[in-house]
Ligand binder design. Structure first.
Ligand SMILES: *[C@@H]1O[C@H](CO)[C@@H](O)[C@H](O)[C@H]1NC(C)=O
Ligand SMILES: *[C@@H]1O[C@H](CO)[C@@H](O)[C@H](O)[C@H]1NC(C)=O
Length: 136
């Protein structure tokens, strides 16, 4: 009887662990800080690109097969440094998607990914290049 209870308990713990590992988003921790938007502005008929973003080494989202024109976004839940990496054909790029010292006073942070680099905007209209593509 006791063995059965222990076995049941162990299964619950394993299930809980598996469930946690499957999560790709950051846990809710109070108020939303900002939203980050990544817009694929690569030339028409470009190959799909892949983006992975993380906070403190923990993935907050992997976006596969982004096609031209698509926009991806997530909510920043804590004032930490969000780091993104993109792969497009043989090129790689990385940038700080949300950087508290730079973005803390903005509710939206926009990134436009183009053939010549990664552009930042806080209003989805005026853009400043912050990073460029590099060969792998
Ligand atoms: C945010 O705004 C406050 C008040 O205007 C200012 O003191 C602070 O330096 C700003 N922070 C950033 C990261 O721009
Ligand atoms: C940003 O601007 C583009 C082009 O004007 C528009 O399609 C998109 O919906 C805007 N995104 C947000 C979140 O406002």
């Amino acid at each position: 009887m006791t063995k059965l209870v222990i076995s049941y308990f162990v299964q619950i713990v394993i299930l809980a662990l598996l469930f946690n590992m499957g999560q790709t988003t950051v846990e809710e921790s109070g108020n939303d800080v900002a939203s980050v938007h990544v817009i694929n502005g690569l030339p028409e008929k470009s190959k799909a690109m892949k983006i992975e973003c993380s906070l403190k080494g923990k993935s907050v989202g992997i976006f596969h097969d982004l096609v031209v024109g698509d926009e991806y976004s997530w909510i920043v839940k804590e004032k930490g440094l969000y780091f993104c990496e993109a792969i497009w054909g043989g090129l790689v790029g990385s940038w700080h998607a949300f950087q508290p010292s730079r973005d803390a006073n903005h509710t939206s942070v926009f990134w436009l990914v183009k053939h010549n680099g990664f552009f930042l905007s806080w209003d989805n209209s005026t853009w400043i290049r912050r990073s460029t593509w590099e060969t792998e």
